[in-house]
Design a protein around this ligand. Sequence first.
Ligand code: SF4
Ligand code: SF4
Ligand code: SF4
Length: 418
Amino acid sequence: MIRTKEYQDFSWKLHTDAGHRPIVGQFELTYACGLKCAHCYTDCYNTPEDRRREMATSEAITVIDKIVDGGCFWLCLTGGDPLAHRDFKTIYSYAKSRGLILTIFTTGTSMTPEMADFLVASPPFNIETTIHGVTAGVYEAVTQRPGSFDRFMRGIRLILDRGLPLKLKTVAMRQNMHELPAIRAFVEELGLQPQMSTAIHARLNGDVTPGDYRLSVEEIAGLNHPSGEDSSADDRGCKSCSSGDELEAFLRPADPTNKLFRCGIGYDSFWVNPSGRMCLCVTIRKPSYDLLHGTLQEGFEQLSRGLRELTFQGDSECTTCTLWDRCVKCPGKALLETGSLEGDIDHFCQVTHRMAAVDGVPYPTGMSSWQDVYEAKRTRRIARVQRASAPYDSSFQPLPVVEPSLSSASSSCSSAGT
Ligand code: SF4
Ligand code: SF4
Ligand code: SF4
């Protein structure tokens, strides 16, 4: 007799047993997207030239094979907007036929009755989309595409009316902050659990413009939602794409002092971009590995080798910070925003200290408030920058460049013809 297990038990067991194997993936099928969200980190690659570098459908299928053969269970099809891929249905159906547990991250605006019917016949594990506002003015202030609000509302109706699973998330930002309570109420009226994040990071090409749309520290403190900065799974990327809190328990180092990576990177998750390049997280795109001509296991091993042993090379305040596990600043976000894995992002530091005060976390002996702790760190940080000829050593690149080995490259040639 086959014993049935609750999904959570199943998931927990797989993550527990994963043992540094790539079982959770994100596959960016295309950077194409009909929206132009102000804070988008991939929009910089939604250009005709970049699109020409994206894989052919047969190659995307080969990548799916590599992902399955490498032992992956959960795959998120994302973008851009994966529904904007001309052969989404072919790739989705193939991934499904190979037994992957599929989630789709979509704008919602690209959902059609025909696509919704297709998904009903072959449902994903989940569909996730972002609700930027509940009025056209606010929603389109974020998406910068007139008419997108009506398409979005129609899209989520198509999903809900057919009983497909849906998760609605919100990025709280300047454009929608006055509508956040209405967004929450709208999501709850649909019977869904609102998810909100305030952690906006730079674009993949290093453009820091999205930071302009962050809420101020006091606005974030006033939101009064758990953990202040981020109650959404997504921004914790690495951590959440894997198994959320359970994974954190696994990875929480006994002594985090000086550890560069204090997240789930290199544990059991990976990303693949539309060109078939594999990396370990959303923000660190170099080094990458040519998955099309290699294997998932080799790519994962090469990319993660030595990663978790890396330590800070400079005297960053983060090395001794007792709030590190409440802070969303990480090497990847720092790399995008400052050019260095060790760079400082003052906004995240300030928010973390402010939220520690809001949450009543005891401040260190000898200090009179978390604000004082933050100010002291900021003063030391500025002094360090002034002492240095350059604020950060952007040449600090401890991560090796990796390519498929000859053996995996030759073995992939046979499957590349599928
Ligand atoms: S929907 Fe997503 S991919 Fe498209 S522009 Fe907005 S944030 Fe970027
Ligand atoms: S470095 Fe940052 S973005 Fe990358 S996995 Fe860690 S927390 Fe996530
Ligand atoms: S709160 Fe500041 S010092 Fe602490 S980990 Fe975050 S950025 Fe570093």
